[in-house]
Ligand binder design. Structure first.
Ligand code: HEM
Length: 170
């Protein structure tokens, strides 16, 4: 496939603090999903972060599958921006469930802590009332990446939904 842009573009200095996220990550052991209203489950997930030289990181692929049945589950894609001159980070996310989100937070070293600041759903998606979605992504000293997602729904305080470790693929 040919692309009308340079895939080997230099990384824009604005997003250099996020260079540790780039490329492809795959869960090396199943992630764990919980929530009081659902049956606990295990899942696998692939992440891919890239850039085209803009002051933005693209995450074109967050694809999750059921660990045992291999059925495709959750998918998201979007963009990451950093407010120039600060450590404030924003994720702009579209999810296959019909949810779109803005999450904002801080980059501290090689970890990101984010909280939803705006949420919207298609009119015909399941109309759950979200109070909050929180996400923590961290590069561990052993080279593993970990992601934890928590959510607060109406009547349910902030509770962990997901936790998963990944390793970078070759
Ligand atoms: C920010 C990301 C995510 C959000 C906001 C989200 C939100 C939700 C919500 C609101 C529910 C329903 C809870 C209820 O009915 O009370 C749910 C269920 C579920 N989620 Fe997620 N989720 C996210 C990511 C994921 C990911 C990455 C997976 C990976 C496999 C996943 C798998 C599931 C499963 C299997 C269920 C249970 C479905 C069912 O029993 O019908 N979710 N999620």
């Amino acid at each position: 496939m040919s692309y009308p842009f340079n895939l080997s573009a230099e990384m824009n200095p604005a997003v250099l603090p996020l260079d540790w996220l780039l490329e492809t990550w795959r869960s090396d052991e199943p992630g764990e999903g919980f929530f009081p209203s659902i049956t606990p489950f295990r899942y696998t997930e692939t992440l891919h972060f890239s850039h085209v030289g803009q002051p933005v990181i693209n995450f074109i692929k967050f694809n999750a599958f059921h660990a045992e049945s291999k059925k495709p589950l959750h998918r998201e894609c979007g963009f990451i921006r950093i407010q120039p001159g600060t450590n404030r980070v924003a994720f702009i996310i579209a999810q296959n469930s019909g949810l779109v989100e803005i999450e904002e937070g801080e980059l501290t070293g090689q970890q990101l802590t984010l909280h939803s600041t705006a949420l919207a759903r298609t009119s015909f998606a399941k109309q759950l009332i979200f109070d909050q979605i929180s996400r923590h992504i961290q590069l561990k000293p052993d080279g593993r990446l970990e992601q934890t997602i928590s959510m607060a729904l109406e009547g349910q305080p902030l509770t962990q939904h997901l936790h998963i470790p990944y390793r970078r693929t070759d």
